[in-house]
Design a protein around this ligand. Structure first.
Ligand SMILES: [Zn+2]
Length: 563
C-alpha cells in the first residue's frame, strides 16, 4: 500500500462538458489506496489544508504545485495502437486502405518477435505516460504472446490499460491473418484469460475484444466475438466509418446490412461497453443506432487529418447525447499525445463550422473534457477517474509551465569579476541569478515548512514540490510557491516574506509555453493546450501511485508481471 498524500495548490479539471473549473489554493487528500477522500476547495493556509482530520493525516506526504503549475486529471486515450508506435509520423500521402498495407500490417506482423515487441511496447508506454496518458485503450497485434506482454508491461509501469488482441480472418495479407474464425476467437480468449489472470480485479488492466474492422472480419468471426463480449460482459473496440472507400467496401462485403454500424449490430457487438473509433461518415440511422445502444465514440482528429479521412461532426454527436472521448489513433495519428488530440479536436471542429455553422465548434474546455472525463466515460470508468471528485482515484498529472524571466528594470552595472571567495554570505548569493542562488533557496526551503505550521500535523512529511524533492529542477522550487502564498495573503511568518523575493529563474523550464506573469489561469491553460507537450509533464500518478517523473519512470506497482 502506498502512503497518504495531500496534494495542494492549483487544480484544473472539466467535471462536465464545457465547464473548466480552476481551483486555486485547494487541497486534495488521497488515501493509501489512491482514492480521493477529501477536497478542501479553500485551503488558503497550511493550517486549513490540514484541517481535515489532522490526527489521521499525520505522516502524510504533502506535494504542492508552484506558481505556474497545476494538477490536471490524467488523459484517457480511447483509441491507440501500441504496436504502431515505431510508425508515428510515417504515413506520407496515404489514406486508410493503402496505409494499412504499406505501413501497418508489416509493422504489426514484425511484433511477433518478443524482443522487438518488448522494446516497442515499453517505449510506447513510457511515451504515453510522459504525455500524461493515465488510461489507454490499446490495440496490440494478432500475436497472443506479445499482446499478453503488452498487458504485463502496462501493469508493471502502472498504466491503466484496456488490452486488445487484434482479430482478423479475411481481406488481409496471407502472412498476417487468422486462419479461421474459430482460431481467431480462441486466440482472443487466450489473451482475455491472461489479462484476467494478471489483474483479476481489473484494477488496472482489462481485456477488450478487438475485431480490427468489418472488412477484415467475416460475419462468423464478428458474431463469435459478439457472443464472447456478451458472455464475459467485456468491452469491445473497433473502427467505423473512417474513410469513404472503406464505407463503400463494407457495403459490398455485407450487402444484407443497411449500414456499416449495422454490421456490428447484427453481430451483437454494439453495447454500452463498445467503443467505435472515427465515426466520420455516419448515416442518420447509424447515429440513431449508436444512441439507442449507448455505444461510445472515440474521436481521432489527428489521425483523421493525417490520413485525409474527414472531419467527424463531434459536437452534433454530443448534442445527440452520445458519449465521446478522444483517441490518438497512433500511428494513423502521428502523435501519442492526447494534448495534441485536444488541440486538433478544436481545429477540426472549426473546419466543420465552416459548413455547419459556429454551433459545431468545440470550446477548449469541451475538448479538455473529451480528453479526460469524456474519455473516462467512453471506457466505462467515468465514476472512477476523469476529474477530481471525492470517491474517485487519483489519476493526475502535474503540469509545469515555463515562466519568462523578468527583465531587470535598471540597466545591468558593469560586470564584476566572479569573486574567488566561496565563503560569501547567503545574502549576496540571493542577489545573484545563477546556480548558487538556487542551492541557497533549496536549503532554506528545506526548513521553511516547519515555520508554516505544517508540522502541526506532528510528523507530516513535507515535500517541497515534486521537482525540488527529486532535485530535477530545484531552480523553480518552493520559492515560486512562496510567492503565490504571499500574494494571497496566507503567509504567516516573516521568514517566508524574506524567502518570497522573486528569483530571476523561478519557474523556468525548457518548454514551449512561456508565461509572462500577467495571464489569468484560463489563459495559462490555453497556452498549455495549444503550445504544450511532454516537457510540461512533471509527474504522473495513477491510482495514487507516482508512475512517471520527468527523467524516468518509477515502477511502483508491486505486482509480479513476469508470472
Ligand atoms: Zn485505429
Amino acid at each position: 500500500m502506498g502512503r497518504r498524500t495531500i496534494f495542494t495548490g492549483t487544480f484544473v479539471h472539466t467535471p462536465t462538458s464545457n465547464d473548466l473549473q480552476i481551483l486555486e489554493n485547494a487541497a486534495v487528500f488521497v488515501d493509501e489506496n489512491g482514492k480521493i477522500v477529501h477536497i478542501d476547495e479553500n485551503a488558503t493556509s497550511n493550517t486549513a489544508r490540514l484541517r481535515h482530520d489532522l490526527a489521521d493525516w499525520s505522516g502524510a506526504e504533502l506535494i504542492y504545485s508552484h506558481e505556474n503549475e497545476f494538477f490536471f486529471p490524467g488523459f484517457v486515450d480511447t483509441h491507440i495502437h501500441a504496436s504502431q508506435y515505431p510508425n508515428a509520423g510515417i504515413f506520407g500521402k496515404s489514406t486508410l486502405l493503402d496505409w494499412l498495407t504499406t505501413y501497418t500490417f508489416p509493422m504489426e506482423a514484425a511484433l511477433a518477435d518478443k524482443t522487438r515487441a518488448r522494446d516497442v511496447y515499453g517505449r510506447c508506454i513510457a511515451r504515453t505516460l510522459a504525455n500524461g496518458t493515465t488510461t489507454a485503450a490499446y490495440y496490440a497485434t494478432r500475436n497472443v504472446e506479445t499482446t499478453n506482454l503488452l498487458a504485463d508491461l502496462c501493469l508493471k509501469a502502472g498504466q491503466r490499460a484496456f488490452v486488445g488482441r487484434m482479430c482478423m480472418d479475411q481481406n488481409s495479407p496471407k502472412w498476417y491473418v487468422d486462419e479461421t474464425p474459430e482460431a481467431s476467437i480462441a486466440a482472443a480468449e487466450e489473451s482475455i484469460a491472461h489479462c484476467l489472470k494478471v489483474d483479476p480485479e481489473r484494477r488496472l488492466i482489462c481485456p477488450i475484444i478487438t475485431p480490427r474492422f468489418a472488412p477484415t472480419c467475416s460475419a462468423k468471426l464478428l458474431k463469435g466475438l459478439g457472443d464472447l463480449a456478451e458472455r464475459g460482459k467485456l468491452p469491445v473496440q473497433t473502427h467505423v466509418c473512417e474513410n469513404e472507400a472503406e464505407v463503400k467496401w463494407v457495403q459490398e462485403l455485407f450487402p444484407e446490412s443497411t449500414s456499416y454500424t449495422g454490421v456490428y449490430n447484427t453481430a451483437g457487438l454494439l453495447t454500452e461497453r463498445t467503443i467505435l473509433a472515427h465515426a466520420i461518415h455516419l448515416k442518420k440511422e447509424e447515429i440513431q443506432l449508436i444512441k439507442e445502444k449507448n455505444v461510445k465514440i472515440s474521436h481521432c482528429p489527428v489521425s483523421n487529418l493525417a490520413l485525409t479521412s474527414g472531419c467527424a461532426k463531434v459536437k452534433a454527436l454530443m448534442q445527440e447525447g452520445i458519449k465521446v472521448g478522444l483517441g490518438t489513433d497512433m500511428s494513423g495519428g502521428y502523435s501519442p499525445s492526447i494534448l495534441e488530440s485536444v488541440r486538433q479536436a478544436t481545429l477540426v471542429s472549426n473546419v466543420v463550422a465552416l459548413t455547419d455553422g459556429p454551433g459545431a465548434k468545440l470550446s477548449m474546455a469541451e475538448a479538455l473534457y473529451l480528453g479526460t472525463q469524456g474519455g473516462a466515460e467512453v471506457v466505462g470508468l467515468g465514476h472512477k477517474i476523469g476529474s477530481f471528485e471525492v470517491g474517485k482515484e487519483w489519476d493526475a498529472v502535474l503540469v509545469t509551465l515555463g515562466k519568462v524571466p523578468e527583465i531587470p528594470v535598471e540597466p545591468e552595472p558593469e560586470p564584476v569579476p566572479e569573486p574567488m571567495d566561496t565563503d560569501e554570505s547567503s545574502e549576496s548569493k540571493e542577489t545573484e541569478n545563477g546556480v548558487l542562488a538556487e542551492i541557497e533557496v533549496n536549503s532554506i526551503d528545506e526548513k521553511k515548512p516547519a515555520a508554516n505550521g505544517v508540522n502541526g500535523s506532528k510528523d507530516a512529511t513535507v515535500t517541497n514540490g515534486v521537482k525540488a524533492t527529486n532535485g530535477i529542477n530545484g531552480a523553480k522550487g518552493p520559492n515560486a510557491s512562496n510567492g503565490t502564498k504571499t500574494a494571497t495573503g496566507t503567509t504567516d511568518t516573516g521568514a517566508e516574506e524574506e524567502d518570497a523575493k522573486p528569483k530571476i529563474d523561478d519557474g523556468i523550464i525548457d518548454s514551449a509555453v512561456d508565461i509572462f506573469g500577467w495571464e489569468n489561469w484560463e489563459e495559462k491553460v490555453a497556452k498549455w493546450v495549444y503550445n504544450g507537450d511532454d516537457r510540461n509533464t512533471t509527474a504522473v500518478w495513477i491510482a495514487g501511485r507516482e508512475v512517471y517523473r520527468q527523467g524516468g519512470i518509477l515502477v511502483t506497482w508491486p505486482i509480479d508481471a513476469t508470472a
